[in-house]
Design a protein. Structure first.
Ligand code: ADP
Ligand code: MG
Length: 525
């Protein structure tokens, strides 16, 4: 519909005829509906008994996941307001690495509550003010929930485990993974804090065993240039080259007129000696492990194999960068420039075969500043979901360790926060009070959803949780093996980093208030 304005009796068109415009309540309710739909899409995945989703893209590629941010990103969402909820999940993932479903579900419920308020003639501005005020109270309430005990390795393991329970860990127990995750994070911690970027997860599909291993170094997909090369080199001096190791092929194909066998032999000798020259230079340089981004001639690799040098050829550029940063090597572009000072070092470099894949492990020494969680799983889908679950766990453990603050999970924090907001609402004048109360109601979505996803009645559960909380207890809906009980989550090791809760509330509030404030949508064709 083209926009019309009248000026001096003449209609004036300010928008192109193809643009779409929705205004007022219509715009608000269409945006709110889109936002709610997004939250609804991930709701069933929340918590330890959450279900997984199978997403199939237009190319037929399948992703099976329980991770909120991954689902929303794979869904190819177009509606601009819905897209804002996807951004909530993304920023949650980026800031703290977990709680993406929680954030999206809270945002969706803040919108649902806002819709009711609008129907009761509460103005959008009042809703926005009330929500912001409630979010402030929520942050105070979270601070009151923070555990007084020190965040030690046991607590960190609980944090890791809580974030992985219910994820497809492909037969591996969340418990054993949690231990590996905490060890990895401790490994990259120093006086300045946690260097989360120094931990990578490398997954390897293997039918045989489900095992995780912590590699004190890096793991890359690279294959040794020759079968006869050593599989393992201790105390390695590592050269990283961008050099083709072979006979120099000129731009023009040289043709020799060969008259005699002698001349032929001479030509072959010349080539041989050039090859041998390369090989000897390299062998004499003192490097016992060589990574080059270019080709290596078969004769050279065979010679180097005999000399006990382990060579990886056609190394990917990003792998080369990783080796350089892990081992302290300098990348060298010409063999004659290679000096001992260019070598990197590692306690051990080994080449290992896993079915169709060959991997290089660069471990110990300088390389041990980085650490790799090396995970094996049965199929690609298992391994991918495992990688996401471990990634989340690494994030929450590093978040918890950095801030030293954890709160009870299983909905207990949300129950306590909602209660504090409701009490505070009593002292707030006018219609804003309604908005503040609605904010508290929106937070109930977390325990309610945990109840629904474990097959419990959400209303009964909420009543019981509130009653326990009012009785002065920490009250969460704990899923422990087969049983579901209302109890103190700390007693069961169900703990989340305080920052995950803070971020979820802040980003959900931000998105919901932004959507509520919109009363005019103008879309170009
Ligand atoms: P998110 O994407 O929001 O992290 P999850 O599916 O990981 O969603 O679920 C996180 C919620 O599950 C948190 O509220 C956490 O406290 C809760 N939780 C984790 N473990 C348990 C458990 N054993 N019992 C009950 N709730 C749990
Ligand atoms: Mg989670």
């Amino acid at each position: 519909m083209a926009q019309q304005r009248r000026m001096g009796g003449q209609p004036m068109f300010i928008l192109s005829e193809d643009s779409q415009r929705t205004q007022g309540r219509d715009a608000q309710s269409s945006n709110i509906m889109a936002g709610k739909a997004v939250a609804e899409a991930v709701r069933t995945t929340l918590g330890p008994r959450g279900m997984d989703k199978m997403l199939v893209d237009s190319g037929g590629e399948v992703v099976i996941t329980n991770d909120g941010a991954t689902i929303l990103n794979e869904m190819d969402i177009e509606h601009p307001a819905a897209q804002m909820l996807v951004e909530v999940a993304d920023s949650q993932e980026e800031e703290v690495g977990d709680g993406t479903t929680t954030a999206a579900v809270i945002a969706g419920n803040l919108l649902a509550e806002a819709e009711d308020l609008i129907e009761q003639d509460v103005h959008a501005t009042t809703i926005v003010e009330g929500y912001h005020e409630a979010a402030e109270i929520a942050l105070e309430a979270i601070a009151e929930q923070v555990s007084q005990d020190a965040v030690d390795d046991d607590v960190l393991k609980q944090v890791a485990e809580s974030s992985m329970t219910g994820k497809g860990t492909g037969g591996l127990t969340a418990e054993s993974l949690a231990e590996t995750v905490v060890e990895a994070i401790r490994h990259v911690e120093d006086d300045e804090g946690v260097h989360r970027d120094n931990v990578t997860v490398h997954t390897q599909i293997g039918a045989s065993s489900n095992a995780t291993e912590l590699v004190p170094g890096i793991v890359i997909d690279e294959e040794a240039a020759h079968d006869a090369m050593p599989k393992e080199v201790e105390d390695a001096s590592i050269a990283v080259l961008d050099v083709e190791l072979g006979v120099r092929t000129g731009d023009i194909d040289a043709e020799y007129a060969i008259d005699s066998i002698d001349q032929l032999n001479q030509a072959i000798d010349a080539e041989e000696s050039e090859v041998r020259g390369y090989a000897e230079t390299l062998a004499e340089s003192g490097a016992d492990v060589v990574f080059t981004t270019d080709d290596v001639d078969e004769r050279i690799s065979s010679f180097l194999a005999k000399e006990g040098v382990l060579v990886f050829d056609n190394v990917g550029s990003s792998d080369a960068r990783q080796i350089v940063s892990a081992t302290g090597a300098n990348r060298v572009g010409a063999l004659e420039d290679l000096e001992e000072s260019d070598f990197g070092a590692a306690d051990r470099v080994r080449s290992q075969n896993y079915g169709d894949d060959d991997l290089a492990f660069v471990e110990g020494g300088a390389a041990a500043e980085a650490v790799t969680v090396f995970v094996r799983g049965g199929t690609e889908h298992v391994v991918d979901e495992l990688e996401r679950a471990i990634g989340d766990a690494l994030d929450v453990v590093s978040t918890a360790l950095d801030s030293g603050e954890v709160v009870p999970g299983a909905g207990a924090t949300e129950i306590a926060v909602a209660d504090k907001i409701r009490s505070a609402a009593a002292g707030i004048e006018g219609r804003k009070q309604l908005a503040v109360t609605s904010f508290a109601d929106a937070l109930d979505v977390v325990p309610r959803t945990l109840a629904t996803n474990t097959g419990q009645d959400p209303i009964d559960t909420l009543v019981d949780l509130r009653a326990a909380h009012e009785g002065g207890e920490r009250a969460g809906l704990i899923t422990d093996g087969e049983t579901v009980t209302i109890d103190d989550p700390f007693e069961y090791g169900v703990v989340d980093p305080a920052d995950v809760k803070r971020e979820a509330i802040q980003s959900a509030t931000e998105a919901a208030t932004m959507i509520v404030r919109i009363d005019d949508v103008i879309a170009a064709e």
